[in-house]
Write a protein that binds this ligand. Structure first.
Ligand code: ATP
Ligand code: MG
Length: 323
């Protein structure tokens, strides 16, 4: 997988260009646009005893348009705080946050509210309004922001529900939905105002393995079809491995390491970075075993019973114990 991904990654930034004499050359394209930029951002919290706790310390970070960017780290490392700094749910004490070429830290309240329409967010516990229907939950941000009439809102809600494959659930209430369906409603709500960026704070932590896979497929689809840049906080290495293009490892409020998942040359510095490499190897060997099992059963046309007694392939564990 890694080799293939490296190739794939490289092709993103190069294309064949035709020179004046008609020959084709490989040309380096300019870097993809930066959609999120944090410059020397810090955030401290006041502790009850009157001291200060520095949750995020002087962090600078660039995330490019169309990326799926993972923030990983131990519990309490500052991942959620860093994520919430991107839409200014947490206002930084120092530093600037620029999203879509707008310095959010310089905006007044109403300009910030408008700018936030381009930043959707989903949470571990879905955060849906329990006494509102699925339709009303998704329509709410559109009503708050204004600009659309009732018919336009209804049309957009249905569009978003179709995007997450829940077109038939508009009149259901959150209590009537499974965890995975609730998270899809949350995604539909986050996408309603056509954001450029989707922030996800542990979106699969409350879901089982199969529902997580389907959620990841939805996020991948949204990224590919709509070009939405995704920033995801997760403690699951499998989620990082399956979904992310780039990763930052957060330790004690700083970025300890940052890398492209497809980069299998640069040695990893952090223990989590190394664990991801091990995970990728593990997942790769499982994949190869599964392939060879399929080949064997094709070659020898194993009867059903023999198949059951053959390889019993387990999915790689969803998470390795680093929290
Ligand atoms: N409002 C707050 N008041 C005081 N301390 C806070 C506040 N929010 C976060 N912290 C502290 O900041 C640190 C980072 O918190 P944060 O929620 O960003 O961690 P995290 O990496 O997301 O952890 P987890 O994986 O457990 O969610 C923690 O030590 C936390 O206790
Ligand atoms: Mg957190």
């Amino acid at each position: 997988m890694s080799q293939l991904s490296t190739l794939f990654d490289a092709t993103k930034f190069t294309k064949l260009a035709t020179t004046a004499n008609g020959t084709h050359v490989s040309k380096q394209l300019p870097e993809k646009n930066v959609v999120i930029q944090l410059d020397q951002v810090s955030k401290s919290f006041a502790l009850p005893a009157g001291e200060q706790f520095d949750a995020v310390k002087d962090v600078s970070l660039q995330i490019h348009s169309g990326d799926i960017f993972g923030l990983i780290g131990k519990s309490g490392a500052g991942k959620s705080t860093l994520l919430r700094l991107i839409n200014l749910l947490e206002r930084p004490d120092t530093g600037t946050v620029t999203v879509n070429q707008l310095d959010l830290t310089a905006l007044d309240k109403s300009a910030l509210r408008k700018a936030r329409q381009s930043i959707g967010m989903i949470f571990q516990q879905f955060n849906l309004l329990q006494n509102a229907s699925v339709f009303q939950n998704i329509a709410l941000p559109l009503k708050i922001h204004g600009g659309l009439n009732r018919a336009q809102i209804a049309e957009r809600v249905q569009e978003c529900l179709s995007l997450v494959d829940l077109a038939d659930k508009a009149n259901s209430y959150p209590s009537q939905l499974s965890g995975g369906q609730k998270q899809r409603v949350a995604i539909a709500r986050a996408l309603a105002s056509r954001p450029a960026v989707l922030l996800c704070d542990e979106p699969s932590s409350a879901l089982d393995a199969e529902t997580t896979r389907s959620l990841l497929a939805t996020l991948r689809d949204i990224n590919a079809r709509l070009g939405v840049t995704i920033v995801i906080v997760t403690h699951e290495l499998s989620v990082v491995h399956e979904l992310c293009e780039h990763v930052a490892v957060i330790e004690n409020g700083v970025i300890a390491e940052q890398f492209a998942l497809a980069d299998n040359i640069t040695p990893r510095k952090t223990s989590l970075g190394k664990e991801l490499v091990h995970y990728a190897r593990f997942a790769q060997s499982i994949l190869e075993l599964e392939r060879s099992e399929k080949q064997t059963s094709r070659q020898f046309k194993l009867p059903d019973q023999s198949e059951q007694q053959g390889w019993h392939i387990q999915q790689p564990p969803r998470e390795l114990a680093y929290v």
